[in-house]
Design a protein around this ligand. Structure first.
Ligand code: ASP
Ligand code: MG
Length: 407
């Protein structure tokens, strides 16, 4: 018996050229033999989104967000039309829609809009007519019909949200790797494909630097308990299932390792040790629109203390400006920055019940003469800030220490 509905999302690398678009069209037709109805969400072809963004910044240093959304949303509109044509050329009926057309309503925050509601009426209508539906990912519209985008990588979110709205059995995310790996397989040959991973672990890995899926989309999938299958568009091999609970969860303390080289560290020296000072500092940084990540404050021996924190590299200029301003106001010392840092993290739900994981991580780094600059923990992850040029060595050593390599 045929299953009901599947939502498949294809990333930009799966649609990089005409030959690939044709190959994807064939693959979509195959799934029509297993499912009654098929919805396909697409990203922009290849690097289109980056190219559009670069064009905008060549025109203006500070392009208006509304116009950025008008521009960036066009990439997905191209790919959904081409894919619909490719399916029709194979003899099956298909129709493409923009995000606005399928009723994806968002708030007004241009370039990082949040989905509020989806009616999906035109998709249901198309199903009745036997059509395969192709939807432009990454976009929606406000209640006053302004086009918005959902943040970079937002096609994942479109796919997950549509799968939930249509009560699909599963959402498949097609990409250029075979699934989620214990660490980035491009950086470490020994990386192993993970069969199943929990929403919490995947969310943590995505937020800490694994680049396979947009973190927000996993948050939503978790809330609605929608299983996600991450797999390759170049092979038929099973990928990784992202689910609520993995079996034998307790036995694995560390599921994966991520690294992130796109943070920078800021230190404000000789900050007066008084109530309310940290609040003032981070209030100023947040007013500048910068998200702070790890914060470390040392104990003070002299009624003064140093405060260090990390920020996304792209926000460094804004953050330094804000830090200098507040340092002056509170009579602190100098402000310094360090771009040559990296964050390395180990992630695993089993950490909740295993002892000695942090100790093992620190010992492993010590044995490899890697200095730890800052440490941060969550319930299921431990991160260290280290010198950037030691990142690859750290990944390799930790991967081995936690026995994540191929069996
Ligand atoms: N094309 C958009 C981006 O590159 C959305 C996506 O690929 O999911 O961020
Ligand atoms: Mg993309």
């Amino acid at each position: 018996m045929k299953k009901e509905i599947i939502v498949k999302k294809f990333g930009g690398s799966s649609l990089a050229n005409i030959a690939r678009i044709k190959a994807i069209a064939k693959r979509i037709l195959e799934s029509k033999t297993k499912y009654n109805d098929v919805v396909v969400v697409v990203s922009a072809l290849g690097d289109t989104t980056d190219e559009l963004e670069a064009m905008a910044f060549n025109i203006s240093k500070n392009p208006p967000d509304r116009e950025m959304d008008m521009l960036m949303s066009t990439g997905e509109q191209i790919s959904c039309a081409l894919l619909a044509m490719a399916i029709k050329a194979l003899g099956h009926d298909a129709i493409s829609f923009t995000g606005a057309q399928v009723g994806i309503k968002t708030d007004k925050s241009h370039t990082k809009a949040r989905i509020e509601t989806i009616d999906a009426n035109c998709i249901r209508q198309a199903f009745k007519n036997g059509l395969i539906v192709i939807v432009a990912g990454f976009q929606g519209a406000t209640h006053s019909n302004e086009i918005t985008t959902l943040g970079r990588g937002g096609s994942d979110l479109t796919a997950v949200a549509l799968a939930i709205t249509l009560k699909a059995e599963v959402c498949e995310i097609y990409t250029d790797v075979n699934g989620i790996y214990t660490t980035d397989p491009r950086l470490l040959k020994d990386a192993r494909k993970i069969k199943t991973i929990s929403f919490d672990e995947m969310l943590e890995m995505a937020s800490l630097g694994a680049q396979v899926m947009q973190a927000r989309s996993i948050e939503v999938a978790k809330r609605f308990n929608l299983p996600i299958h991450v797999r390759s568009s170049f092979s038929k091999e099973e990928g990784t299932m992202i689910v609520k609970n993995t079996t034998k969860l307790e036995e694995i303390a560390v599921r994966g390792i991520t690294s992130n080289k796109s943070e920078a560290k800021i230190t404000i020296c000789a900050v007066p040790d008084q109530p309310g000072i940290a609040a003032q500092i981070f209030n100023e940084i947040s007013k500048a629109g910068v998200n702070v990540d790890i914060i470390v404050q040392n104990i003070s021996h002299t009624r003064h203390t140093d405060i260090s924190f990390t920020v996304p590299m792209k926000d460094l200029t804004k953050a330094i400006k804000a830090a200098n301003k507040i340092a002056k106001k509170i009579n602190a010392g100098s402000v310094s920055q360090d771009k040559d840092v990296a964050r390395i993290s180990i992630v695993g739900s089993g950490m909740r019940s295993h002892q000695g994981i942090a100790a093992k991580m620190f010992q492993t780094l010590a044995k490899n003469k890697i200095n730890i600059d800052m440490i941060a923990t969550s319930e299921i992850s431990i991160s260290c800030i280290i010198e950037q040029n030691t990142t690859d060595k750290a990944v390799k050593a930790l991967h081995k220490a936690f026995e994540l390599q191929k069996k």
